[in-house]
Structure formats: structure tokens, C-alpha cells
Design a protein around this ligand. Structure first.
Ligand SMILES: Cc1ncc(COP(=O)(O)O)c(C=O)c1O
Length: 412
């Protein structure tokens, strides 16, 4: 390629999404390539948080459950998210953490297929999904089992014994993207329920759940959707299953009449049955700010820029860091990858620590993966150039060998 920094600046000058960067706060000099782990803070989040605390909680106290719409925030945010993932109004709700929601959805799916015992999952998936289903199986104690399959093996792993598949759309470590429509079709042709984890695809690329006829989905909001640390997860359940699929964590928020205070649980017949209990309102309110930014952006433009940022990053690594044996782990084909680039290196951990110290924030996933997430609303083309430039400097000067870069914290 042999492009110059000026060429990257020229791409920024032509970028229809460039103006969105002003809506996010990032510390001076930081190139943030970790929005696939924790999205950057929308500037308006601070104002919104103060509003909730000072006015809605401080002044209006309990009246805010009605006056500020706190009780319905879970559906309001669900409806906004629905627009980003190809769902309809009333099919998405916010609640709890992703793992908990995996538990609820898989449990509901197993109840819908009582004679089947197999759940197909990707063994190398982000472990919490597998852990939660393992816990569910143990608790049910009815002979269920997970059939693990890796990328390329999933279609073959689905047969008439399968009750449900629960697959993550974009792999957290490698960034590979599954063919949602093809896997869903195979699952449904075999009579299984198709559940998707959208943690690394919601807000990262166009997702069209209803076009793919997906049954259920789950996703987090603290990554590409910029909802803030620990922000709530969302669930999608196709309308055709409402009133039929019932999740087992039967708290009062999913009761048919929560304020009827009846003795016995009666499931609601809409998406709200998937909610369980009182939600963290301040956090939800902040999440809405990130969603509102997304609703003003064109997801096809986001995808276009994301692919280009990733392509250029890969090309620069190969051109400028070719002597250092970094191995590309993410597929090159556009229809096979999400919005991250992962490379493996036996010295990946200290090199990533050095990069962070030099102001290029990515992360490390054991045993040897360096992950870089590309979030087109606040990452520019020149960031790509500068990131690789700083990386080259770290390699050429051997700065990564400094003792301090070998210290492991609790979070990598
Ligand atoms: C695919 C996937 N599922 C789930 C999670 C996290 O789940 P939770 O929100 O329950 O911590 C992650 C976190 O990175 C993830 O990548």
C-alpha cells in the first residue's frame, strides 16, 4: 500500500461519520481501540447521570417511577435497541447481565423442546455463556448436554436431537463472524430453537434478527453501544414465542400484574416476562445516551468504515511490523469478521502493556491474543496510522521488554 499519514488524514476529511467523535470524551493523546470491551463515554452521559441523581432521585424521589418513566425504561431502551438489531417494537427488553439472560433464554428454549437434550455451543466462546448453561443443566438434572463445536463445525453439529443452539455472532477472541441466517435455518429445519449472543455485534455491524428468523438473542451494552461499565444486557424474543416461552427466574417484574401483589406467579405474555426484578435506573438512563447517538448514525456507514479501519490496520501491521512475527488471527474476508482485529504473539502481554503505556489502548486475551477493537463513531483513520507508528517504535526500541510491562493485573 505505502500510504502516508497525510493519506489517512485525507480519509478523515472525507469521513461522513467523523463528526460523531465530538460526542465522546477521550483523554488527550489516547488512541482507544478497546471499545469492543468497554465503549468510550458519550459526553452527554455525565449530564444525564446528574439529571437522574439531582432531579429524578433527589427532588422527585419515588414519584420518578411514574413521572420519569423509570418503570418502563427497560422497554423503552429495548425498543430503541430493536432498531439496531432488526427486531420489532415489543421484542427487546433490558435486564440483568448477559450471562444471566443466557440462562433465562436457554432455560425457556429447553422448556419449549422438552423431549430433546442437546444444546449446541461453541467451545471457545466467551466462557460465561458455557458456564451458565452448564449450571442450568446441573440444576435441571434431566440429562441435558452441551455439544461443543468450533467455527466451521457448527452446521454439522446440529441434528434432530438438538433442543437449542446458543452461539455468539462474533467471537470475542478471534473476531470471526458466523452466518446467522444459515445456522438459524439449519437449527430450525431440525426443530431446534436458535439463540444468538450479540455482545460483539450489536452496534458493531448491521444485525437483522427478524430477517434471519432468529428465535431469541442476548447482548451487552457496555461494549459497542457505549452504555457504561456494567450497564444492563438486553434480550430479544421473537413475538411468535411470547406467551409460550417462559423464563424460570420468575420475579415480580415478569408477573402479569406486578402491582397486583398476587401470591402466585402468573407469567406475563409479552417480552416483559423476561425481566425479573428492580433494575439499576441510573445505569439504564446513562445507556440511553449511547443508544440515541447510534440512532442518528447509519449502521451501513458504520460497517463500511469499520471494515476499512480494520483493513488498513491489517495492511499497516503487515507492512511496518512484518519483521516481528505477529500472526493475524481474525479472518480477512469481510463477511467473516466483526469489528476487531486480533493478532497472536508469544510476547503479546508485555507488548500490549507497552502499547497501553504509549497511549494505544487495546487488550490481551490469554494465551497470546492482542485484541484491537474498531469503533467507527470515535476512532479515526489517522488513529490507525498513529497506533501502528507507536507500536513500531515500541518494537524497534524494544521498549516492551521493560520489567514493568510484565506485571499482570486482575483484568487484562
Ligand atoms: C460473548 C460474550 N458473552 C458474555 C459476556 C459477558 O457477560 P456478562 O455481561 O454476564 O459479564 C461477554 C464479555 O465480554 C462476551 O464477550
Amino acid at each position: 500500500m505505502t500510504m502516508t499519514r497525510e493519506d489517512f488524514l485525507a480519509l478523515d476529511a472525507d469521513d461522513p461519520l467523523a463528526h460523531f467523535a465530538d460526542e465522546f470524551y477521550l483523554p488527550e493523546g489516547i488512541i482507544y481501540l478497546d471499545g469492543n470491551s468497554l465503549g468510550a463515554m458519550p459526553k452527554a452521559a455525565k449530564t444525564r447521570a446528574l439529571e437522574v441523581i439531582d432531579q429524578e432521585w433527589g427532588e422527585d424521589l419515588i414519584k420518578s417511577w411514574n413521572k420519569a418513566g423509570w418503570f418502563n425504561l427497560v422497554e423503552k431502551l429495548g425498543n430503541k435497541t430493536a432498531k439496531l438489531i432488526g427486531a420489532d417494537e415489543g421484542e427487546v427488553i433490558y435486564a440483568d447481565a448477559t450471562g444471566l439472560n443466557v440462562y433465562k433464554l436457554v432455560a425457556a428454549a429447553l422448556e419449549m423442546r422438552p423431549d430433546r437434550k442437546v444444546i449446541v455451543m461453541e467451545g471457545s466462546n466467551f466462557p460465561t455463556d458455557n458456564y451458565m448453561v452448564q449450571g442450568l443443566i446441573k440444576q435441571l438434572d434431566r440429562g441435558h448436554e452441551i455439544r461443543f463445536a468450533e467455527d466451521g463445525e457448527i452446521l454439522d453439529a446440529i441434528d434432530d436431537d438438538v433442543a437449542a443452539i446458543c452461539i455468539t455472532h462474533v467471537h470475542y477472541k478471534t473476531g470471526h463472524l458466523h452466518d446467522m441466517a444459515a445456522i438459524t435455518k439449519k437449527a430450525q429445519d431440525c426443530g431446534a430453537i436458535a439463540i444468538w449472543d450479540l455482545c460483539h455485534s450489536a452496534g458493531a455491524l448491521p444485525v437483522d434478527l427478524n430477517s434471519a428468523n432468529v428465535d431469541m438473542a442476548v447482548g451487552c451494552t457496555y461494549k459497542y453501544l457505549n452504555g457504561g461499565p456494567g450497564s444492563q444486557s438486553f434480550m430479544f424474543v421473537a413475538r411468535r414465542h411470547h406467551g409460550k416461552a417462559v423464563q424460570p427466574l420468575t420475579g415480580w417484574w415478569g408477573h402479569d400484574v406486578p402491582f397486583g401483589f398476587e401470591r402466585d406467579y402468573r407469567p406475563r405474555k409479552d417480552i416483559r416476562q423476561f425481566s425479573t426484578g428492580t433494575e439499576p435506573i441510573t445505569s439504564l438512563a446513562i445507556s440511553e445516551v449511547g443508544l440515541d447517538i447510534f440512532l442518528r448514525a447509519d449502521m451501513n456507514e458504520i460497517r463500511k468504515k469499520s471494515l476499512k479501519l480494520c483493513d488498513l490496520f491489517i495492511e499497516l501491521i503487515e507492512e511496518r511490523l512484518g519483521d516481528y512475527n505477529f500472526k493475524l488471527v481474525t479472518p480477512r474476508e469481510h463477511n467473516r469478521r466483526g469489528s476487531q482485529v486480533s493478532v497472536s504473539s508469544e510476547n503479546g502481554f508485555p507488548i500490549m502493556q507497552a502499547l497501553i503505556d504509549f497511549g494505544v489502548i487495546g487488550d490481551f486475551r490469554a494465551p497470546d491474543i492482542m485484541r484491537f477493537g474498531f469503533t467507527p463513531l470515535y476512532v479515526s483513520y489517522v488513529d490507525v496510522w498513529d497506533a501502528v507508528d507507536r507500536w513500531k517504535n515500541i518494537m524497534d526500541t524494544k521498549a516492551w521488554k521493560r520489567e514493568e510491562f510484565n506485571q499482570k493485573g486482575a483484568v487484562t
